[in-house]
Design a protein around this ligand. Structure first.
Ligand code: GLN
Length: 194
């Protein structure tokens, strides 16, 4: 079995849990820092990145999450979760966890396109991945270690850096569980049975 946690400080949890379902996946709803020790991988849901950061600090998650990322265990950030993982946030002095070498711009599609859906071609995953964008960020820049895995209209919307996966859309809000199952396969690959 592999244990995949969902950081449950804010945002969708049940939807992510459903998308992660597999015979060998045990989903853990993470509300306390001690739970991170049991995990083989962690999902950061969408929501509001500044609020999530406030809760991360309030509940003492900042250092434990940095340590988790440093351990090389896979992390998957969706939307606000991707913002938390970026080393740089446009127009903001400080990033949050700063674990993925990329610059994100928050709410980057503008008011006209606050939320929309689009089919995406995602490298290693497939075509017609259903992208649900809600006040989504754009990944403006990626470092040399980062692989761009999806673009929408010329803008980067999903990327991977080693064991870190990030997308600016919400794969948990669709019936298409390929992004989550891909993440589960990353966790499986990284997992060394005790
Ligand atoms: N715009 C939000 C933020 O900056 C992210 C939106 C989302 O997660 N749906 O945090």
């Amino acid at each position: 079995m592999i244990n995949i946690g969902i950081l449950a400080l804010q945002g969708a949890v049940r939807e992510h849990a459903k998308a992660l379902e597999a015979p060998d996946v045990n989903v853990i709803v993470v509300k306390r820092t001690e739970q991170l020790d049991e995990l083989d991988g962690l999902v950061f849901p969408g929501g509001e990145s500044t609020t999530m950061r406030r809760l991360i600090d309030k509940y003492g998650f900042f250092e434990p999450l940095k340590a988790f990322a440093g351990s090389g265990k896979p992390m998957f950030g969706t939307c606000a979760g991707a913002i938390l993982m970026a080393t740089e946030i446009k127009g903001q002095e400080h990033p949050h966890l700063a674990v993925m070498d990329m610059t994100v711009e928050r709410n980057a599609f503008g008011r006209q396109r606050e939320s929309f859906e689009a089919p995406l071609k995602v490298k290693e995953i497939g075509e017609d991945v259903h992208g649900v964008f809600i006040r989504a960020p754009i990944i403006e820049r990626v470092g040399p270690a980062v692989d761009v895995i999806a673009e929408y209209d010329g803008d980067i919307v999903a990327a991977k850096q080693g064991n870190f996966l990030a997308c600016s859309y919400h794969p948990e809000l669709t019936d298409d569980d390929r992004m989550h199952q891909y993440f589960a396969s990353m966790v499986r690959k990284n997992h060394v049975p005790a």
